[in-house]
Design a protein around this ligand. Structure first.
Ligand code: IMP
Length: 499
């Protein structure tokens, strides 16, 4: 007879935290959100940690290279989507790894024979007022000169004026040489009262521009998640079919961590994929999933997973539960897997971080997931709303939205994530195509979200995630208590979005 669990599986919305004693040290600025990402033995340190407990979902509409850089700046990790060609995915990984905070490849370039009209057109196109003049008009040509908005007056000059007559020629420019540190470059910028410093290689070719404002900006990112060479840490999604080709390309591009992306991870496919990677690339950590119970966790832990991802059917764009009838309420899934993780640690001395993936709607759901035992969370809808996500921003009846579609939707065509080898003509969708309200810059949103998380942690008397997990008291709430939790019995004047 089938095993039947009669207790209902719960979602985050059905729980609240009961505050406990907090002393004067319990203020948000004292809270550390540092969290392990990869397995480690008792007494040892994990190979990869994050400064904030947030990763972005392995989705076409979420994790491209631009978002990966923005999230790494804030201290988290993006997993670049795997449902694209190996070359494209590797290129995105490489873009993140070669991105040097403050070192910007010049995106506005002209030749000495170009005219003021070209300058005006280029400025309109890129929105940037600093233009490099190079021998061949490319971002890596020999530097011939530099143009800033202080070099010309459109109302007084003919549009046909050649740029060489008003640019600052290379021999009059202060320049830096390849290998210069950002702080040294900044010293030069201040010493010479300039706004930007071109960095050249030995042959005089342009490599980067360093801007005064970017340095200041960089200093405002105290949580940056960097590798030993001060490059941003980035992850990438892989599937259980083409890993023998995809993994080598991603490793070559510099990927720090991989994650098998699948709607259901308790499978022989995942075990084989993990074993292959462990044999050929033992130094590259790899996460696996998704699972929703202790059996699934133990299977992946024994197979070598460096972290295990939890969640089936809870994603905002997900219809897996409706189409296939598999899944589990996300809160219960996290609680059950966390129990198995702790028991595994006790038995083996190996700690395997767990990630709660999908179903985070309100910011405080992150705090609940952490309190229930998750080491970090993965979010799709949340990040899809920001400027940095790869999807289009659209205006519908005067309101801006971003597009957000599931990996199991017909739009994504990511059949490998779900494929069990069925008939090609009988494929069905497990996700939908949707819009989410546009929410601006990642940085502003992530910082506000985490301020809330830290504030709740203080209410629970916790200054670290581990402390929260030890001290937290969680209570189930009734349906009427949920109603009581929102504004009620008043006529609200300006309804704000509390998310
Ligand atoms: P969200 O943060 O609630 O939007 O959930 C994002 C998570 O949903 C992802 O990290 C995936 O685990 C999962 N997911 C992505 N696409 C699909 C889909 O099409 N069907 C089911 N689950 C999906």
């Amino acid at each position: 007879m089938a095993k039947i669990i009669n207790e209902p599986a719960h979602t985050f919305n059905e729980y609240l935290l009961i505050p406990s004693y907090s002393d004067e040290k319990n203020i948000p600025s004292n809270v550390s959100l540092v969290t392990p990402v990869t397995r480690f033995k008792k007494g040892e340190e994990p190979k990869i940690t994050m400064n904030i407990p947030m990763t972005s979902a392995i989705m076409q509409s979420v994790s491209g290279d631009t978002l990966a850089i923005a999230l790494a700046k804030e201290g988290g990790i993006s997993f670049i989507f795997g449902a694209q060609s190996i070359e494209n995915e590797a290129r995105m990984v490489k873009n993140v790894k070669t991105y040097k905070a403050g070192f910007v490849p010049s995106d506005s370039n002209l030749k000495a024979t170009s005219t003021l009209e070209d300058v005006v057109n280029l400025k309109t196109k890129t929105g940037h007022s600093t233009i490099a003049v190079t021998s061949d008009g490319t971002s890596n040509g020999k530097l011939v000169g530099l143009i800033t908005s202080r070099d010309y007056r459109i109302d007084k000059m003919k549009l046909s004026t050649p740029v060489k007559s008003f640019m600052t020629p290379a021999n009059k420019l202060v320049v830096g040489h390849d290998g210069i540190s950002l702080s040294k470059a900044n010293d030069i910028i201040w010493e010479h009262k300039i706004n930007q410093l071109p960095v050249l290689d030995k042959a005089g070719r342009l490599k980067y521009l360093i801007f005064r404002k970017d340095y200041d900006e960089h200093k405002k990112n105290p949580n940056e998640n960097l590798d030993a060479h001060k490059r941003y840490i980035v992850g990438a999604g892989i599937n259980t079919r083409d890993y023998e080709e995809r993994v080598p390309a991603l490793v070559k591009a510099g990927v720090d961590i991989l994650c098998i992306d699948s709607s259901e991870g308790f499978t022989e496919y995942q075990k084989k994929t993990l074993q292959w990677i462990k044999k050929h690339y033992p130094k590259i950590p790899v996460g696996a999933g998704n699972v929703v119970d202790g059996d699934g966790f133990r299977f992946l832990a024994d197979a070598g997973a460096d972290f295990v991802k939890i969640g089936i059917g809870g994603g905002s764009i997900c219809i897996t539960r409706e189409t296939k009838g598999i899944g589990r309420g996300q809160a219960t899934a996290v609680i059950e897997v966390a129990k198995a993780r702790d028991a595994y640690y006790k038995k083996t001395g190996i700690y395997i971080p767990i990630c709660s993936d999908g179903g985070i709607v309100l910011d405080h759901h992150i705090t609940l997931a952490l309190a229930m035992g998750a080491d970090f969370v993965m979010l799709g809808r949340y990040f899809a709303r920001f400027d940095e996500s790869p999807s289009s921003k659209v205006n519908i009846n005067g309101t801006f939205y971003k597009e957000y579609w599931g990996e199991g939707s017909a739009r994504a065509r990511n059949w490998q994530r779900y494929d069990l080898g069925g008939e090609a003509t009988l494929k069905f969708e497990e996700g939908v195509d949707s819009y989410v309200p546009y929410a601006g810059a990642l940085k502003d949103n992530v910082r506000r979200t985490l301020e809330k998380v830290k504030s709740t942690m203080c209410n629970c008397g916790a200054l670290t995630i581990k402390e929260l997990q030890k001290k937290a008291t969680l209570t189930l709430v009734s349906a009427t208590a949920i109603v009581e939790g929102g504004a009620h019995d008043v006529i609200q004047k300006n309804k704000t979005d509390y998310k």
